[in-house]
Design a protein around this ligand. Structure first.
Ligand code: E4P
Length: 223
C-alpha cells in the first residue's frame, strides 16, 4: 500500500510526514484554494517539507487539451523533483494525457467516476488513476465496486497503471478498498489519524504502564 496525503496545508503535511509512512502529497484546485495564498509558494513550501524525491501530484484547471498541456509545463517549470500532473478524465483531458505522456510527464488521471474512464486514461498513458470513492458513494453508486472493476480490468489488460483511490470520507471506505489490494490511497490527515485510533488500544497501553508501575514503581523500562 502506498499512502499519500490529500492536502495542501503545510502544518498537516509536517505532522503527517512526521508520523506516517507517506509516499507523497496530492492536491487539487479546491484543496489549493482553501489555503488562500500564492499557488507557486504553496507548491514550493510543500516540496520543502516532503523533499524532492517524494511525489507531489498537482492538478491542471483548464478544460482544453492546449490549456492543460500549457499548465502542465508551467507546473513542471516551477516544481523540483518528483511530480505528477493530475488531469481530469474529460475528453480533452484524455487527449492531453496522450500528448503529455509523449513529452515525458508523469500523469495522474483524476476525477474518475467509472471504470471505463480509468481504462481509457490508462491506455492513453496515465501512471495513476484516481477514482473518487466518496463522490461515487454519494450518487448511490459503490466506490469500492468501481475500484474493484478498475483493478480487475488493469489486470485483464496487463496495464501497469496504478490505482490511487481518492475522495475518502470515512475509515470504512479505506478498509474496503484496502481489502481489494488497491495500490495506493490518498487521505487527509484527520482520516489517517482516525484509521489507527481505537479506545481499546489506548486502554491497553494504559494498563501496561499501570501493571509495570505496580511492580517497578516507575513508568520507565530503562532505569
Ligand atoms: C485527490 O486527488 C482528490 O482530488 C481528492 O481526494 C478529492 O476529494 P474530495 O472528493 O473530498 O474533494
Amino acid at each position: 500500500m502506498i499512502y499519500i496525503l490529500d492536502t495542501a496545508n503545510i502544518n498537516d503535511i509536517k505532522k503527517a510526514m512526521d508520523i506516517y509512512p507517506l509516499s507523497g502529497v496530492t492536491t487539487n484546485p479546491s484543496i489549493i484554494s482553501k489555503e488562500n495564498r500564492d499557488f507557486l509558494d504553496i507548491l514550493k513550501d510543500i516540496k520543502g517539507v516532503i523533499g524532492k524525491e517524494t511525489m507531489l501530484h498537482v492538478q491542471t484547471l483548464s478544460t482544453t487539451c492546449e490549456g492543460i498541456v500549457e499548465e502542465a509545463h508551467y507546473i513542471r517549470d516551477n516544481v523540483e523533483g518528483e511530480l505528477y500532473i493530475k488531469v481530469p478524465v474529460i475528453a480533452e483531458g484524455i487527449k492531453a494525457i496522450k500528448q503529455l505522456k509523449k513529452e515525458g510527464f508523469k500523469i495522474t488521471a483524476t476525477a474518475v467516476i467509472t471504470a471505463n474512464q480509468a481504462l481509457m486514461a490508462a491506455v492513453a498513458g496515465a501512471d495513476f488513476v484516481a477514482p473518487y470513492v466518496n463522490r461515487i458513494d454519494n450518487i448511490s453508486g459503490s466506490g469500492v465496486n468501481v475500484v474493484n472493476d478498475i483493478l480487475n480490468q488493469f489486470e485483464l489488460y496487463n496495464l501497469d497503471t496504478k490505482v490511487l483511490a481518492a475522495s475518502f470520507k470515512n475509515v470504512q471506505q479505506i478498509a474496503d478498498v484496502s481489502n481489494l489490494g488497491v495500490d495506493s490511497i490518498t487521505v487527509p490527515l484527520e482520516l489517517l489519524d482516525k484509521s489507527i485510533e481505537h479506545p481499546l488500544t489506548d486502554w491497553s497501553v494504559q494498563q501496561f504502564t499501570s501493571d509495570w508501575k505496580k511492580t517497578y514503581k516507575t513508568d520507565k523500562i530503562i532505569i
